[in-house]
Design a protein around this ligand. Structure first.
Ligand SMILES: *Cc1c(COP(=O)(O)O)cnc(C)c1O
Length: 362
């Protein structure tokens, strides 16, 4: 028998969350962002649920090919554009729209031989200082692109650094509006946080929600998934494979990081950092056993964690352990809460589920 660990992807939750994003951005078309293998959920697992989106957006050409292979004929957008000249051949062949964020990408387009002119999203650096043309260089990039026979239509995009936090998007939106005001073309500004928190200010032709589609709150802990009416799209669950009775003074795991203060029973669950469970989760990280909330104790090891069975005296060998997502009894443990206990964000946990973890779709 294989280890009892399983990641289950919930189709109904994916559909619900997509619908939720759509209702928050009523007048916009929705790119379902499926980069990083659909935030760890598997492109093939999410595809049917996201057919109701207007397009799929990702970074990897390989992932774009997989979406086409699944039969998607609608728009696909490469959010970082091409990485080398021959990527443009695939864009022509598979009709991929692509971001253009630097001069080198315009050079490659200018040298590209194609029968079909491309749809491109010209990216403005509105303050994040990662990808995109600086405001004072944006118009000349537009003019240059517009003169290329290889380009059919130019859309305008930017990406926010602070849509989830107190700094907000005002400065970025002002920059975007100032720089693009008299340029034609469709617009795309909002990621998940902007869709939920700044819907009216970022209304545009296209929105680009990612993490919300998978049930992660983009601005946790200020707001959680429940606040935003999002459902977890993934459950990571395993079972208890052993128990220990501890006496006061007994310690648990590598480095003896946890010491029992009273007699207690602990369960050993079959999940560890080699499965993508965060090694930085320490004593106190929430876990559900038989749907009852309890805590991790001691260090996360490669293949196992240890959990406090005090609140679940009936639990034992074979009991259900929910690391995040839905327990059989209907209890829910938010991935964001687990992530916070490990000093990271829900995004990272979703993306980090290891290949050795079998995935099922329900
Ligand atoms: C990843 C990404 C998104 C989606 O971000 P979320 O915070 O997951 O909604 C949107 N736009 C771009 C350019 C991205 O790279």
């Amino acid at each position: 028998m294989p280890r009892p660990i399983l990641a289950t992807v919930h189709s109904a939750a994916l559909r619900h969350n997509l619908d939720r994003a759509r209702r928050a951005a009523v007048e916009s078309r929705v790119w379902a962002v499926v980069k990083a293998n659909a935030y760890g959920h598997g492109i093939e697992n999410v595809f049917e649920s996201f057919r109701a989106a207007d397009g799929f957006a990702m970074l990897d050409l390989d992932e774009a090919q997989r979406v086409r292979a699944l039969g998607w004929r609608g728009p696909i957008l490469l959010l970082e554009g091409v990485f080398e000249a021959r990527d443009l051949e695939l864009c022509s062949r598979l009709d991929l729209w692509h971001a253009v964020h630097c001069d080198e990408q315009i050079d490659m387009l200018a040298a590209h031989k194609t029968q079909v002119p491309h749809r491109v999203f010209l990216k403005l650096n509105s303050g994040m200082n990662r990808l995109g043309f600086a405001p004072e260089r944006f118009r000349s990039a537009w003019t240059r692109l517009n003169a290329l026979p290889q380009v059919e239509e130019i859309s305008l995009m930017t990406h926010f650094s602070d849509a989830d936090g107190a700094r907000g998007i005002d400065s970025a939106v002002q920059t975007f509006e100032r720089v693009t005001q008299d340029l034609p073309g469709e617009r795309s500004l909002a990621n998940s946080a902007a869709v939920l928190r700044h819907a009216t200010r970022t209304r545009a032709d296209w929105v680009r929600p990612g993490v919300v589609l998978y049930g992660g709150a983009p601005d946790y802990p200020e707001n959680d998934a429940q606040h935003w009416q999002l459902q977890p799209a993934m459950t990571l669950a395993t079972r208890i494979i052993g128990t220990q009775q501890l006496q006061p003074g007994d310690t648990v795991g590598y480095g003896s990081r946890f010491t029992a203060e009273a007699p207690m029973r602990i369960g050993v669950a079959a999940v560890g950092y080699a499965d993508g469970y965060p090694r930085h989760a320490g004593t106190g990280t929430p876990v559900l056993v038989n749907g009852v909330r309890t805590r991790m104790v001691g260090r996360v090891s490669m293949d196992m964690i240890t959990v406090d069975l005090t609140p679940v005296p009936d639990a034992g060998f074979g009991s259900e352990v929910t690391l995040w997502g839905n327990a059989a009894n209907g209890a829910v443990l938010g991935i964001d809460e687990v992530a916070q206990a490990a000093g990271t964000i829900g995004y990272e946990l979703m993306c980090a589920v290891a290949r050795r973890v079998p995935m099922a779709l329900d």
